[in-house]
Design a protein around this ligand. Structure first.
Ligand SMILES: NC(=O)C1=CN([C@@H]2O[C@H](COP(=O)(O)OP(=O)(O)OC[C@H]3O[C@@H](n4cnc5c(N)ncnc54)[C@H](OP(=O)(O)O)[C@@H]3O)[C@@H](O)[C@H]2O)C=CC1
Ligand SMILES: CCCCCCCCCCCCCCCC(=O)[C@@H](N)CO
Length: 336
């Protein structure tokens, strides 16, 4: 909490990692990076053909193809029963051992103005963004936090549960109402779990004398800005002009950049992770009660950010106002 040692807090060599949404975009880039670092990787998504390709690409990138193994599971993670199945199948495939790391990357964005987007699409975004992550976390933590008697304890490295959020969980942008609330819910889940997990981690320190979980667990959440993924190409199709204008400060990054930057932050032991400067400033204004990566760094960042945002929020609102004044309602003929 007070800074970073030189120790790698996220050593994945020989570890078994599950990546949801691992068949495309950022999830696949994470899968390839972790394969190159020596992890055994299971990618989970719905479409089998993309999963097969991801497994082939991971094999080609593997640090040691003779030691590592790769697998895919096709599942719709909006269904909690499917998430239970995924964790059970991974455990069987992993010779009875639970996965060491679970990284939730599944999700896509369907931008549009609140009233223009059908209400069932709003609910579907909650399912795809929030519930895929919450279902995966629930199935994973139920497995990880199962009490083990002292005699059943083995030396198990720290486990990591990682959520993928968005800087839109910190700062509102018009046109993202179907998406941002679901990402904000993930951030709230992450903050709550990061506190709740301490009870289990405390019990783990006493594993020699009473039932405790099999390992220490750490929670992390990554907040990317735009990612140049197939999902991004798709969201551009319905993204309102105003939204594009309001997010001009975003310079989208490639999936592999986002994956590499996120992994380096995990290696430093960070909790809330941003992937570039603008993302950090957005986090800084909304850091509030979340656990800090560094007391001094994050406090200075929040002071700076709160000053910047005195100007940014009114500016975003006045741009929206000016847009309506100039163009009228979306789809209507502008006044000449
Ligand atoms: N792209 C961007 O600009 C940004 C994205 N993010 C977030 O980062 C993450 C990755 O985004 P991105 O790289 O764009 O991803 P993509 O849209 O390119 O890929 C999404 C992945 O999620 C899988 N997926 C989608 N729905 C489900 C489901 N119901 N069950 C299981 N798997 C599912 C997809 O496979 P399949 O469809 O076959 O199931 C695919 O593997 C997402 O959480 C996204 O919200 C955050 C900030 C910016
Ligand atoms: C110096 C600091 C100034 C800060 C200005 C704030 C500007 C806001 C930029 C909004 C960027 C939104 C990226 C979201 C990506 C995402 O999640 C979607 N692509 C959905 O997938």
């Amino acid at each position: 909490m007070f800074g970073f040692g030189s120790q790698n807090e996220f050593n994945v060599e020989g570890q078994t990692v599950v990546i949801t949404g691992g068949s495309d975009g950022m999830g696949k880039a994470v899968a390839l990076e972790l394969s190159a670092k020596g992890a055994n990787v299971v990618v989970v998504a719905r479409t089998v053909s993309k999963l097969v390709t991801a497994v082939d690409e991971m094999k080609a990138k593997a640090a040691n193809i003779f030691k590592q193994k790769f697998h895919y599971i096709s599942a719709d993670l909006t269904d909690p029963v499917e998430c239970e199945r995924v964790i059970a199948e991974v455990t069987t495939w992993n010779s009875g051992a639970a996965p060491d790391i679970v990284w939730c990357c599944a999700g896509f964005s369907r931008p549009g103005y609140f009233v223009d987007v059908p209400i069932q699409d709003h609910r579907q975004q909650m399912d795809t963004i929030y519930w895929t992550a919450a279902n995966t976390a629930h199935a994973t933590l139920r497995n990880w936090l199962n009490p083990v008697p002292p005699s059943g304890q083995m030396k198990t490295p720290r486990r990591h549960l990682i959520f993928t959020c968005s800087t839109l969980a910190f700062v509102p942008i018009a046109g993202y109402s179907p998406y941002s609330p679901a990402k904000a819910a993930i951030r709230s889940l992450s903050d709550t779990l990061s506190q709740e997990i301490e009870m289990y981690n405390g019990a783990y320190t006493q594993r020699h004398r009473s039932d405790a979980p099999a390992a220490d667990v750490k929670i992390h959440t990554v907040f990317p800005m735009g990612i140049l993924s197939p999902g991004f190409d798709n969201e551009q199709k319905t993204k309102p002009e105003l939204t594009r204008k309001l997010e001009e400060a975003d310079k989208p990054q490639t999936p592999s950049e986002v994956a590499q930057i996120s992994i380096r932050a995990l290696e430093r032991g960070e909790y809330l992770i941003t992937t570039n400067f603008v993302g950090s400033v957005m986090k800084g204004t909304a850091l509030g009660p979340s656990p800090k990566n560094s007391i001094v760094g994050d406090t200075m960042l929040s002071w700076l950010s709160n000053l910047v945002f005195l100007q940014v929020i009114p500016d975003l609102r006045s741009k929206a106002f000016a847009w309506g004044k100039q163009n009228g309602l979306p789809g209507s003929t502008p006044a000449s």
